[in-house]
Ligand binder design. Sequence first.
Ligand code: ARG
Length: 381
Amino acid sequence: MEPWFDIQTNLEKTIREVTAEMNIPVADFDASTRLADPRFGDFQVNGALSYAKKKQQNPREVATKIVERLQADNVLNTSFEISIAGPGFINFTLKPSFLVNWLETYASEQLLKTNASALYKDKIFVVDFSSPNAAKQMHVGHIRSIVIGEAISRLLAFCGANVIKDNHIGDWGTQYGLIIYAYKHFLDSKALEADPSEELERLYKKASAITKEDPEALDEARNELVQLQDGEPESIALWEKVNQLSLESIEEIYQKFDIRFDHYLGESFYRDKVDKVYQELTDLKIAEESKGALVVFHPEHSRFATQPFIIRKSDGASNYASTDLATMIYRAEHFKADHIIVITDSRQSDHFEQLQLTSQKWFQATDRKLPTFIMSPLEQS
Ligand code: ARG
């Protein structure tokens, strides 16, 4: 028997069929399979927990009944060890015989390509990786994101996907208030010429330290940011200079890795696109004013019912959320992305979860097609 090529999709489909035979309504049983914690297996399904809760039954007993039925399925039984963990998670571990069979069946490059093409051919993937912050030095997390992002992009291209590599540079954040403030007061021009990224980093750190102690300096740095966001020519010129210097040193690193991006659509690219975001989300009543800021709550969610997704700050300035929402629309409409993959560190997982929840509501209400969104969270470096 030929082993499934696309294991996860087929596993989910079969679980659906088996639960349907057991008269478990689709809506009550989440059959979506996720990659399991490797200690417990390869894939996991959590539907027994919510189903048991709804039926007020013991989740482990429900899981046991489902597992018995799954084990009776010949394909599942020859492919997986199926077990129950914790309160009722169902875990699937691929059997060694399945793995050997898979390797033997799909061993050649051509066969791999042909099968993968059936899944990915002409699908449009935007892969957002590296995405460092200009005016700050790249840290090892950005380098790790380069390696993983490039590997994912090449694999997808091998599979026939249309891959768009987009470097979402952080070039429009609060760091510029600090940098411009420090640039005006503490610049060492010689040091800047010798090693721009080093000097910019020093200026940034100096401004961070001073503004923590000195409220007047903090006010000045804030004011610099406001002027920049208001498009003051002098501030814009300084901002461009800082960005240019910092991109040049970032580019040197990319050259060492021999990687190239298709686009560098950083945060600043979206600065004239955020008003539309505020307008639409307000009109749709997805966003609301709170303490002067524009925020989105997700009442159906345990944490985000009270933890706001701030999409415009109380001083009227845009932030990471505003530009990422505008990015979502741009990637969907301009690139016609089917899938978006962002490779960044796990400290941002709340941000991306809120971004996704907000986009789901927004796209649904405006009849737009939401690309599937995958954030690949890297542990903090
Ligand atoms: N600039 C961010 C950082 O350094 C990563 C950006 C990831 N992409 C995005 N669309 N938010 O952590």
